[in-house]
Ligand binder design. Structure first.
Ligand SMILES: CC(C)(COP(=O)(O)OP(=O)(O)OC[C@H]1O[C@@H](n2cnc3c(N)ncnc32)[C@H](O)[C@@H]1OP(=O)(O)O)[C@@H](O)C(=O)NCCC(=O)NCCS
Length: 380
């Protein structure tokens, strides 16, 4: 590959097009998200998570028999190898769940039969295993830290319902399982977000899917990315009532403190996923008989923010009350994001292998010029 002419430096890579993808497209001005050209509004509440994973990995919606076989493959791959269960038993109960997930995913590589095979077919098979095993890790640690034994996955349950079953030890209320399925669909892929860029950088060196996923989990963990939903819920709990929202928001702007779940690098007129999350969070809240508690508070935060600046909620904002009412512990929110995003990460790794080009940008040097080396004995 011949070297391109030097480009302008762009802090935070703002506006830089660093990859080509046929997976999802994000139109930030018009607030449009598509998976393989299908508008997210067409998919939300209609397509299931497994269908979306198939779409992203195979480039087409599955036919009924293909979907049934794919669901079976995923369900059959849910169990964890004994060494990973032992690892989960050994980590401190108070460990940060995203750190546990990151370490456990890395450990899954020890016994994966195809770990070093980076062919497209093997990567898809590893994607099946990782997509199936990540929820089992999250649920098992979620129980072990409460002195509860892990629950064996159930092959007769769908991806979302099985996750809630293994986390809680009992079958989930259907509305909660459907809401989680919707969440998983909405978060499955999102062009070149920070963790997906990370996964592609790692895959571009010909490293394997487990390695790339471990790196992606690291990028997802921060509160400017996947950690924002937990931050949003903690904020809502801290605010405590609708009446206190304005004061909280004004204080945050005065201190120049970022409000979690608000703002987006690409969406400048609103994130198309938020309406669906809001609608389903409301359904859950009403089913709990909670009369608009955190959903109304979140809507008030949205409006209060806009009285200060034209900033809109992002996907993590209404995910917060949604996950809260599903009954996910706050510190597992980012792990549940990963339960979904492994779909997109795997698809991007496959795309990157096909692209077969090392991602290695340039940096603008701004350090000292022309210094001489001074031996340590001569330094003062
Ligand atoms: C997502 C995020 C990192 C995007 O950052 P970005 O593209 O660099 O942000 P922008 O350049 O559009 O920000 C424009 C202005 O709005 C401010 N702003 C952006 N998000 C803000 C927020 N959540 N709260 C308060 N102010 C915010 C910025 O500080 C900046 O102010 P300035 O012009 O006075 O410097 C940022 O909005 C943020 O930190 N949000 C909170 C964390 C979050 O929800 N992350 C999940 C993202 S999906």
């Amino acid at each position: 590959m011949t070297a391109a002419p030097a480009a302008e430096f762009s802090k935070g890579l703002v506006g830089v097009v660093a990859a080509q993808t046929a997976l999802s497209s994000v139109d930030g001005q018009n607030g449009v998200l598509t998976y393989l050209g299908i508008n997210i509004h067409d998919l939300a509440g209609r397509a299931g998570f497994e269908e979306i994973v198939y779409l992203l990995w195979h480039g087409k919606l599955p036919e009924a028999d293909e979907l049934a076989a794919f669901k079976q493959d995923l369900a059959a791959a849910r169990e964890l190898p004994p060494d990973v269960i032992e690892l989960l038993r050994a980590v401190p109960k108070e460990a940060v769940p995203m750190a546990v997930l990151r370490t456990a995913v890395s450990a899954l590589a020890f016994s994966d039969p195809e770990v070093e095979d980076i062919s497209i077919e093997a990567t898809r098979r590893k994607g099946v295993r990782l997509t199936a095993q990540i929820p089992t890790i999250v649920a098992a640690f979620g129980r072990l830290r409460r002195d509860l034994e892990p629950v064996a996955p159930r092959a007769d349950l769908g991806h979302a319902a099985n996750f809630l079953y293994t986390l809680n030890g009992q079958e989930a209320d259907p509305l909660k399982a459907r809401s989680l399925d919707l969440y998983l669909v909405l978060l499955a892929d999102h062009s070149l977000n920070a963790s997906t860029f990370t996964v592609r950088v790692v895959a571009s060196t010909n490293a394997d899917l487990h390695t790339a996923t471990t790196a992606a989990l690291s990028a997802l963990k921060g509160n400017l990315h996947g950690g924002a939903a937990e931050g949003t819920m903690r904020m809502l709990l801290e605010i405590g009532s609708v009446e206190k929202v304005d004061g909280y928001v004004a204080g945050a702007f005065a201190r120049r403190q970022k409000i979690m779940g608000i703002g987006h690098r690409i969406y400048k007129t609103g994130d198309p996923r938020t309406g669906h999350l809001l609608e389903w969070a409301r359904k859950l809240e009403q089913a709990e008989g909670k009369g608009g508690q955190y959903v109304d508070m979140a809507k008030e935060v949205e409006q209060s923010v806009q009285r200060h600046r034209q900033l809109y909620p992002n996907v993590d904002f209404f995910s917060a009350p949604l996950l809260y009412y599903i009954g996910i512990p706050l510190d597992l929110f980012t792990c549940v994001f990963a339960v979904s995003r492994i779909a997109g990460w795997t698809a991007h790794v496959i795309e990157q292998y096909k692209d077969d080009t090392l991602i290695r940008p340039a940096a603008q040097y701004i350090g000292p010029k022309e210094q001489s080396y001074v031996p340590v004995t001569d330094r003062k």
